[in-house]
Design a binder for this molecule. Structure first.
Ligand code: COA
Length: 379
C-alpha cells in the first residue's frame, strides 16, 4: 500500500522581547526607513537570557504535538534544523528528545543554514514514505541573537530568534509532502558564515578579538543567489510533483528579505494573496522562519484541505530546497478535551523526573563502580 507523509501537527514559539528598528537605530548607524525599505523588517524577537535554541524548540514541539494529539513516546525521529545549537554536541535534538520524553525516538541536528527546516522536511518525509518510520518531528529553531555582532549594521538589523515545528505522520491518504528538491553550492560557503568555533578556527582569545564568532555575510551576493535559486527550485519541485503553478494556493518561503520574496513571486507570476510574508514582525529567523510562517498561515486561515503549498528555503552553504505539499488535514483543528491538556503537562513533568532519575542512577552506578575498583585494588 502506498504511504504518504502528512503534516498533522504544527507549532511555533517566539520570545516575548521585541527589538524594533528604532531600538536598533540607537545602537548602530541605521534608521527605521532604511531597514523597512531594504528588507521589509519592522521588528524581531530576541531570546531572554535563560532561553536557548533547545528551550524554544521544545515549546514549538509541544505545540505541534498538542495539535496532532500525539504522545511523544510514539515519536520515531526528531530532527532539529539549526545553525545555533545549544552546543556543538550533544545535538539540540537530543535535548528536545529528553524534555519531551520521546523515549523511542532517534534524534539528530541538521545543518543546512536557513534551508535547514526544508531539508528536514525532505529527510523526514522520505523516512516515512520509505516505510522506516511513522512519526517524525521536524523542528527549525534559532537563537541568532547570540551570534550577531550588535555593532555591525550590515547584519544586526536582519536577524531574530524563534522556533517552529511540524509533525509528519504516515498516512494512506494521498497527499502530504509530494516532492522535494535539495540543492547546494559549497563554492559560495564564504558568502555567509560563522568563521570560528569549528576545527578550522577553534575558539580562542584571538578569534574572539577578531570577531570571528559572529555572522559574516556578503549581503549583495546572497541577495543575488537567493533571487536566482528560489523560483527555479520551486519550479523543479512543482514539476516533480506534477502540479501546475496555477494550482498553487500559497507560496511560503524563507523570510529573509521582502524584496527577495517579491522577486521570486514575480518570476513565478504569483499574485500577492498567494505569497505569505511575516518577516516584518520576526526578521530572518533562519531555519525557524519557514515553520513559523506555516503556523501563522494556518492560524490566519490561509491554508485549507487539499490546498497545494510550495515551500522554499535558501541560505548558508550555499543551500536551497523546495517542497510541494498537498494539505491533508481538515482545518481548524477541534480543541482537545481539557483532561488531555492536564495529562500532557503531567507527561512533560514525568519526562523531567525520568531524566533526573536517569542522571542520578548514572552517578550512583559510577560511584559504586569507583568504590568497587578501589576496594578490589586495596584488597
Ligand atoms: N543601515 C543603513 N545603511 C546600511 C545598513 C543599515 N543597517 N546596512 C548597510 N548599509 C549601507 C551599506 O554600508 C552601503 O553603504 P555604501 O554604499 O556607502 O557602502 C549601503 O547601505 C547599501 O548597501 P547594499 O549592500 O547595496 O544594500 P542592499 O540594498 O543590498 O541591502 C541587504 C543590504 C543586506 C539588506 C541585502 O543585500 C540583503 O538582504 N541581502 C541578503 C541577506 C540575507 O538574506 N541574508 C541571509 C540569507 S539566509
Amino acid at each position: 500500500m502506498a504511504r504518504y507523509a502528512q503534516i498533522v501537527g504544527w507549532g511555533m514559539y517566539v520570545p516575548s522581547e521585541i527589538l524594533t528598528n528604532d531600538d536598533l537605530s540607537s545602537m548602530v548607524d541605521t534608521s527605521d526607513d532604511w531597514i523597512r525599505a531594504r528588507t521589509g523588517i519592522v521588528e524581531r524577537r530576541i531570546a531572554a537570557p535563560k532561553e536557548t535554541t533547545a528551550t524554544m524548540a521544545i515549546r514549538a514541539a509541544q505545540a505541534a504535538l498538542r495539535v496532532a494529539n500525539v504522545n511523544p513516546a510514539r515519536l520515531d525521529l526528531i530532527i532539529v534544523a539549526t545553525a545555533t545549537p545549544d552546543y556543538p554536541f550533544p545535538a539540540t535534538a537530543c535535548l528536545v528528545q529528553d524534555a519531551l520524553g520521546a523515549t523511542r525516538a532517534g534524534a539528530f541536528d541538521l545543518s543546512a543554514g536557513c534551508t535547514g527546516f526544508v531539508y528536514g522536511l525532505a529527510v523526514g518525509s522520505q523516512m516515512i514514505i520509505s516505510g522506516a518510520y511513522d512519526q517524525v518531528l521536524v523542528i527549525g529553531a534559532e537563537t541568532l541573537s547570540r551570534i550577531v555582532n550588535w555593532t555591525d549594521r550590515n547584519t544586526c538589523v536582519l536577524f531574530g530568534d524563534g522556533a517552529g515545528a511540524v509533525l509528519l505522520q504516515a498516512s494512506a491518504v494521498p497527499g502530504g509532502v509530494l516532492s522535494t528538491v535539495l540543492g547546494s553550492d559549497g563554492s559560495g560557503g564564504d558568502l555567509l558564515m560563522l568563521p570560528a568555533g569549528g576545527s578550522r578556527h577553534p575558539a580562542s582569545a584571538e578569534t574572539v578579538a577578531q570577531g570571528l564568532h559572529y555572522i559574516q555575510m556578503n549581503g549583495r551576493e546572497i541577495f543575488r543567489f537567493a533571487t536566482r535559486v528560489m523560483a527555479k527550485a520551486a519550479r523543479q519541485a512543482l514539476a516533480e510533483a506534477n502540479v501546475d503553478l496555477e494550482d498553487i494556493s500559497l507560496f511560503i518561503s524563507h523570510q529573509a528579505n521582502g524584496r527577495i520574496i517579491q522577486s521570486a513571486a514575480k518570476s513565478l507570476k504569483l499574485p500577492p494573496e498567494k505569497v505569505f510574508v511575516n518577516l516584518d514582525r520576526y526578521g530572518n529567523t533562519s531555519s525557524a522562519s519557514v515553520p513559523i510562517a506555516l503556523c501563522e498561515a494556518i492560524e490566519q486561515g490561509r491554508v485549507k484541505r487539499d490546498d497545494h503549498l510550495v515551500i522554499v528555503g535558501f541560505g548558508a552553504g550555499l543551500t536551497w530546497a523546495a517542497v510541494v505539499v498537498k494539505w491533508g488535514m481538515p482545518l481548524p483543528v477541534p480543541q482537545p478535551p481539557r483532561w488531555t491538556v492536564v495529562w500532557r503537562l503531567a507527561r512533560y513533568r514525568l519526562a523531567a523526573v525520568r531524566s533526573y532519575l536517569r542522571r542520578l542512577g548514572r552517578r550512583i552506578l559510577s560511584a559504586l563502580t569507583g568504590l568497587f575498583v578501589r576496594n578490589n585494588g586495596s584488597g
